[in-house]
Design a protein around this ligand. Structure first.
Ligand code: ATP
Length: 507
């Protein structure tokens, strides 16, 4: 699985999906650029989200707020004081870790070690082996399981109490319980604020310290009144936004899974106090349906309910996808109460309320949020679509192909048009077909190499349809259309192409 992930990362580069930022200067940590195919896929993901949120819901409208905002917003939201990750350094290796992620990794490795021990015994005893009995009676496994349980319980408590000294102690104790890196030379755990700061303008008093927004949500909250009043919105209603967010992540790992500059698609849904948990349940189901509608297998998604809630939430759940490196969060759904709007009311001194004509009174609305990372969704889709297939070649030899089984609606290129040979008027005919279709679909012209090679190139970027122009085309205005997934080919009239493809590439 890890191996597949490495291949996927290499594939993203080789086929123009994702490049390391500033690559010719040896790169910049956890920042990435999207190439010619990546940008198309990314735009299609954003459209899939935007259309399902803003077009299909009469009571959800869009917004595009600025990245720079008044610095007091981040005081009010709690980000200046509490948007921190616990950080620890290893004095020997000089490596820096996020303490909670390190502990999770250590616990996972510890568990793996226990499982190996069980697997070894299983091999030794063969058919007679009773795993449950072994786990319940073998003194070493039992002792380790006890240690693991204790560490896990301490970890949950330390996170809950924000106890930094205890987090360090758990790391040290884990190293003793299950030596992995073999080092015990750690610094203390410190809080590290994830916001990037910069300076704006220059006045006689100095410049204004501003932040690059770490989430798009606050731009929605501070525009709540503007949108509600000018759009004459009635509660319940939502505001949706797609935009960049920035976090100075301590450990940047797993390619575009955790980046320092990334994009979010967030929707804040404003509801009557007391109804928020019903709306939370509704959005939870709606969002899960949206993910599963892509057809990557219902079992590859699950909910993860948060035990520890953020200071602003009274319910929270993640939608997780089974990545090659395990089930991980793709989207968060949070019931944020009236925390944000109340804070902004207090810090700005402006009344942020809704007059509910049915109840005949005013209140600060409650909020249910759905928040998903575009880049993480991109990685999820690439991981789900990437396939290496064994094929039976015509001469009986084994052959392989790499194919991205992207949903047609998301594919960067919908249609490749290929003249069979580079002469006899076939290239001109192919261009004529493209000129007719390019206003409806992203098309690509390709005349280089054998037809077989050209098909493989399109498979590798997920193009659902290839059209080949041959000599017969000039006589009867038909072409061969070849389908990516089945590799089947059929002869169709040029005049029918638009309708056929439009049918397949719409959401
Ligand atoms: P994590 O626990 O992974 O740090 P989070 O719970 O802080 O994430 P939220 O603040 O809820 O994440 O952000 C909502 C969504 O934004 C996440 O579900 C994820 O898809 C995306 N996201 C958050 N941080 C990053 C990042 N550093 N890089 C890419 N996407 C991110």
């Amino acid at each position: 699985q890890e191996d597949i992930f490495k291949k996927l990362v290499a594939h993203c580069k080789e086929y123009g999906f994702v490049f390391q930022s500033s690559e010719i200067y040896d790169g910049l940590g956890a920042v990435y650029d999207y190439g010619q195919n990546g940008v198309e896929l990314k735009n299609n993901i954003k459209k899939y989200w935007w259309d399902s949120m803003v077009m299909l819901h009469e009571n959800v409208v869009g917004l595009d707020s600025a990245i720079f905002m008044h610095p007091t917003i981040w005081k009010a939201s709690g980000h200046v004081d509490a948007f921190n990750d616990p950080l620890i350094d290893n004095k020997d290796s000089k490596k820096r870790y996020r303490a909670d992620v390190l502990i999770e990794d250590q616990l996972a490795k510890f568990e793996e070690k226990m499982n190996k021990e069980v697997a070894k015994a299983k091999k030794r005893f063969g058919d007679a082996f009773d795993e449950t009995q072994f786990r319940e009676t073998n003194p070493r496994v039992l002792a380790n399981q006890q240690k693991w349980n204790d560490l896990h319980a301490r970890f949950s408590k330390a996170l809950n109490d924000n106890d930094l000294a205890e987090l360090k102690q758990i790391i040290v104790d884990q190293e003793i319980a299950c030596p992995i890196s073999g080092t015990r030379n750690w610094t203390d755990v410190r809080q590290f604020n994830l916001m990037f700061g910069t300076e704006m303008g220059s006045t006689s008093d100095g410049a204004l310290k501003v932040y690059l927004r770490p989430e798009t949500a606050q731009g929605i909250f501070v525009n709540y009144l503007n949108v509600q009043k000018t759009g004459r919105m009635k509660i319940p209603f939502g505001i949706a936004q797609i935009g960049k967010a920035f976090r100075n992540e301590i450990v940047a790992r797993q390619f575009i899974f955790r980046m320092r500059e990334f994009e979010q698609m967030e929707m804040q849904f404003f509801v009557r106090p007391g109804s928020e948990l019903d709306w939370f349940d509704q959005w939870k189901e709606t969002r899960m349906k949206w993910h599963r509608a892509l057809g990557f297998g219902d079992d590859n998604y699950r909910f993860h309910v948060h035990e520890k809630l953020a200071h602003y939430a009274n319910a929270a759940v993640d939608v997780e996808y089974k990545f090659p490196f395990g089930f991980k969060e793709v989207e968060g759904i949070h019931s944020r109460t009236d925390f944000d709007l109340s804070q902004h009311q207090e810090f700005s001194g402006k009344k942020i309320q809704y007059y509910d004509p049915e109840l005949g009174k005013s209140y600060v609305p409650y909020v249910v949020e759905t928040s998903i990372g575009v880049d993480r969704m991109f990685l999820q889709i690439m991981a789900a679509s990437y396939n290496e297939e064994e094929l039976e070649a015509a001469n009986g030899k084994k052959d392989t192909r790499v194919v991205l089984r992207l949903p047609a609606a998301l594919a960067p290129i919908k249609l490749a048009v290929m003249p069979l040979v580079k002469k006899d008027g076939l290239p001109e005919k192919a261009r004529e077909i493209i000129d007719d279709l390019k206003f409806d679909f992203k098309c690509q012209y390709d005349e280089k190499d054998s037809i077989g090679k050209r098909y493989r190139r399109q498979d590798a970027v997920g193009t659902p349809f290839c059209v080949t122009v041959d000599h017969q085309t000039l006589e009867d205005a038909t072409v061969t259309i070849r389908y990516r997934d089945t590799m089947k080919q059929e002869r169709v009239a040029i005049a029918d192409l638009k309708g056929m493809i439009a049918n397949e590439v719409s959401f």
